[in-house]
Ligand binder design. Sequence first.
Ligand code: SAM
Length: 288
Amino acid sequence: MSIETGILYIVATPLGNLADITYRAVQVLRDVDLIAAEDTRHSLPLLRYYGIDTLLISLHEHNEQARAVELTARLRAGESIAMISDAGTPLISDPGYRLVANARAAGLPVTPIPGPSAVIAALSTAGLPTNRFVFEGFLPPKAGARQRRLQELTVEMRTLVFYEASHRIAASLNAMRDVLGRERRAVVARELTKTFENSHGDTLAALCDWINAEAKRRRGEFVVVVEGASESPHRAPSLDIRRLLSVLLTELPVKTAARLAADVTGDKKNALYRLALKIASESSQHPA
Ligand code: SAM
């Protein structure tokens, strides 16, 4: 395969199983002048496995701004560069955004070499609707911010996809159960493509019990796929639920406002009750 000069290749690498890499990715990584890797030490076993000895340079969140300028200059001078992250597709909850933005702003070509990404791997096997989905990446680590983020998602009807790490998976699932509702269906996909791969689907309430029951279920890397809020066939196309609840709350208690909003929109009463509580507490903190 001939490599063109002055091109930035964004190359997807395996999520865990070394065999999950495309022929083209291996060829590109062999033939470029330089590979920018999130962690050079982490990527060495993969590169060695495929007999790739291309020059390596680091590009991670702490040096990305400087590297973006430096690498854009090298691209402009005619070098070809591949960017890889520790796993999956660069830029997807991973570094690379500044480099790509810089290269494009300089009018330089950026080409994807597609392959694995945990969001797609989990979604494609979760058995939840895939025609429309929202990728949320990692929830905020602090409990209050995490809860606020989830509250904003209570009426989202598209399937939701979250990334999570082992030390926060239990807390995040508990927060999803409390804010999105006990009965919402979800799938916890763990260690995809690796030895201890596991995918477990149930209601959020049951998933919390399941994950809390055994420490080994909380080890590894996780994707959580959650079904969207239930369909509301009666909703007027442009009805603003927040606005509707805010107006009702000026005259009515939270419970009644939520019930009336559910009658009007066809949305679930529980989700609207939680949203109404949030709006009521916001307006008590910031009275008009
Ligand atoms: N760029 C990667 C991608 O394309 O999926 C994501 C990188 S992000 C820093 C790492 C997170 O992705 C993990 O905390 C986990 O949520 C998810 N992830 C990565 N590999 C995974 C795997 N094998 N199984 C489950 N989740 C995984």
